[in-house]
Design a protein around this ligand. Structure first.
Ligand code: PEP
Length: 249
């Protein structure tokens, strides 16, 4: 089955609302590619102007995080229905920066994945190993555990619509992209894990991105790999280079 490519930018904590609109205007003509789903995941305060700015284009707006409760006394958090009402379609969950700096656990991420599906938001579920784990040879075991917990109580139909982003922590923001063979090995193992949890059809449908210092030079080899269905791009998504990444072929 031919899976549609999905290339998402993770803007992290960059760009004020007015800067966001200016960047989107610069990127709109550069990221046109009918064969690719293009998503800009922007800071929460940029979501409303970003949704307005991409109207009439191929670009979708995503959030970088979301809470797993519907509403209430959770100061500073954002509820799923707030994202939906603002026009968001995708949400990054379990980014390693959320796990590392803000203590998010695999079980928190599972709760968020369930909530995202309840609200018809597409989760971009992040997983990845540290350099120490890679050197210890436990990368695949670690990632399989992250995936198994993230997908607890998620149905096959929901899983088919999910996006997984494999992001080795040692490659994020470091300029050290994983080789396309390293990335394929882990993305293939993630698809095997999904096949074990569900079935062949679900493994075939789910989209798996690679993330970690993707740039215009490394994108073509990475995206040509059989189990890599696009990328989650940090630093390079804030530049005109993102257009070359989206048009990698
Ligand atoms: C990310 O933050 O998801 C990421 C992959 O960042 P970068 O591309 O800058 O390594």
């Amino acid at each position: 089955m031919a899976r549609r490519m999905i290339i998402a930018g993770n803007w992290k904590m960059n760009k004020t609302p007015s800067e966001a609109v200016a960047l989107i205007k610069e990127l709109i003509p550069l990221v046109k590619n009918d064969a690719v789903d293009v998503v800009f995941c922007v800071p929460a305060i940029d979501i409303i102007p970003a949704v307005e700015a991409v109207k009439g284009t191929n670009i979708k707006i995503g959030a970088e995080n979301m809470y797993f409760e519907e509403s209430g006394a959770y100061t500073g958090e954002i509820a799923p229905n707030m994202l939906v009402d603002a026009g968001v379609s995708h949400v990054i969950l379990g980014h390693s920066e959320r796990r590392g700096y803000f203590g998010e656990t695999d079980l928190d991420i599972n709760k968020k994945v369930k909530k995202a599906f309840e609200h018809d938001l597409t989760p971009i579920i992040c997983c990845g190993e540290s350099l120490e784990q890679r050197e210890q040879g436990i990368t695949i075991d670690w990632i399989r555990q992250q995936i198994k917990i993230a997908f607890l109580d998620i149905t096959a139909d929901q899983a088919k619509a999910a996006v997984i982003a494999y992001e080795p922590i040692w490659a994020i923001g470091t300029g050290k992209t994983a080789t396309s063979d390293q990335a394929q090995e882990v993305c293939g193992a993630i698809r095997d894990c999904i096949r074990e949890i569900y079935d062949e059809a679900t493994a075939d449908a789910i989209r798996i991105q690679y993330g970690g210092s993707v740039n215009a030079k490394t994108a073509p080899d990475l995206f040509a790999k059989p189990d890599i269905d696009g990328g989650l791009v940090g630093g390079a998504s804030l530049k005109a280079e993102f257009g070359d990444i989206v048009n990698y072929e």
